[in-house]
Structure formats: C-alpha cells, structure tokens
Design a protein around this ligand. Sequence first.
Ligand SMILES: Nc1ncnc2c1ncn2[C@@H]1O[C@H](COP(=O)(O)OP(=O)(O)OP(=O)(O)O)[C@@H](O)[C@H]1O
Ligand SMILES: [Mg+2]
Length: 230
Amino acid sequence: MSRGLFITGAGTGLGKTLVTSTLAWQLVRSGLVVTPLKPVVSGFSAADPESDPAVLLRSVGLAPTPAELDAIAPWRFKAALSPERAARLEGRTIRFAEVVAFCRTAVESDSDRVLIEGAGGVMSPIDGARTMLDLIAQVGLPTILVVGTYLGSLSHALTALKVLDVARTPIRAIVISDSVDGVGLTEAAKTLGMLAPPAIEIVTLPRLTGTERDKWEHAPDLTRLCEPRP
Ligand SMILES: Nc1ncnc2c1ncn2[C@@H]1O[C@H](COP(=O)(O)OP(=O)(O)OP(=O)(O)O)[C@@H](O)[C@H]1O
Ligand SMILES: [Mg+2]
C-alpha cells in the first residue's frame, strides 16, 4: 500500500502538472519509488512533448512510450474539452468505475508514493453523472488543491474548498501557484490563511522561470505534503 495524494485544481491550467511533477521529481531525488498518474487527459497528442503524461513521466525519469502512457494515462482524448465531452466526440464513454479501479490498484501497489493528477478543475465532468469530485471521493486520498492568484482566484479557491468539504475529502494543502496575471501571492496566502480551515496547510509557489528542470530545481520543497500535517 502506498501513500498518495490527489492533485486537483480550482480550475484548469493553474499549475497541477507543475506541482505534481515537481513533487514527483523531489520524491525520486529523495530515493523513493513514485508513480505519477494522469488517469484521464483531454487535449492529448502523442506528438506533444509537453503533454501532462509526458511531463509526469519525465519527472520520474521515464520516456513517454506507448506502454508508459498506457500505464499512467489510459484515458486519453484529443479534444481540449472536458473529459466527458472530449470522449463523446470520439464516440466513447468513460466508464467511471474503471477509472476508480485503476486509481485504487495504483494506490494498493508497492510504489512508495502515488500522485494522481485530476483533469481540469474539481468538478470537471467525467461522464453524464460524475465529475472529478466523485473520483476524488471514491479514491479516498488526501487532496492538494492548486489555485491561482488572478483576480477572482480567491472565490474559485474557496468554492473548490467548499465542495471538497461537502464531499468529505481530506484536504492536505492548498498550493497557490502564482498566475502570469497575478494580483499578489503573499496577499492571497494571507487571505486564504484567514478563510480556509486552519488544518489545511497553505503553500506558495512563486512564478518559476527557465527550463522544466530549472523549475523543478528551484521550486520550494513540497515533499512534506505526502506526510500528514504535524
Ligand atoms: N508558479 C508557476 N511558475 C511558472 N509557471 C507556472 C506556474 N504555475 C503554472 N505555470 C505554467 O502554467 C502552465 C499551466 O500549468 P499546468 O500545466 O501545471 O496546469 P494544470 O493545472 O496542470 O493544467 P490542466 O488543467 O491542463 O492539467 C504550464 O506551462 C506551467 O508550467
Ligand atoms: Mg495538467
């Protein structure tokens, strides 16, 4: 049985892959065997070296071969739309129970850490009845909520926190990843510190520059997020 986290976001494109790949890279550097998963991915192209599964595989030293892609991201869709709609465009339906079983099998494996990146935001639709929130609840891992610092991000962050709480999912931390058009990282941390439940750790991720590797190297240490909060 491995220790794991489910990395979700208040919306899409806020930094889930950056957080997941950074954490995976840091854990591997500390000598652990890490399985990063992106079970459902839309907007996927095998030719794109920047696709989420490709980045996640690189973070643990693997190449995006068809076999590795199948192992970490079996539900891949072309259209950059919600998983439900992207699947429908291909005449497919995502079988929710199979996604849950896939994630649980990884959690039950002997990998030291399993990091599951959701698709889109907390309530991104998976099929006609279920969203990412249902997957998070069924898998049962503590979550990391990634939020931004753009104008309006606090409301999105607090809304996401509220629904995670309604679904009774344990929230380990909020990672505030500074947006390009951010209105203040320190201020966002201060406000969320006042409004979020005190048990939730608030972590700030400044705007990182350089190559993918530079970002992993210069990011703050996130490895403690895999442990229960002291
Ligand atoms: N703090 C940051 N510093 C530098 N770049 C960032 C930061 N946060 C996010 N980015 C960049 O913004 C882009 C979107 O981030 P990322 O891909 O991690 O988002 P995501 O939440 O995984 O998106 P998706 O919903 O598509 O999975 C990426 O190019 C990422 O490197
Ligand atoms: Mg991503």
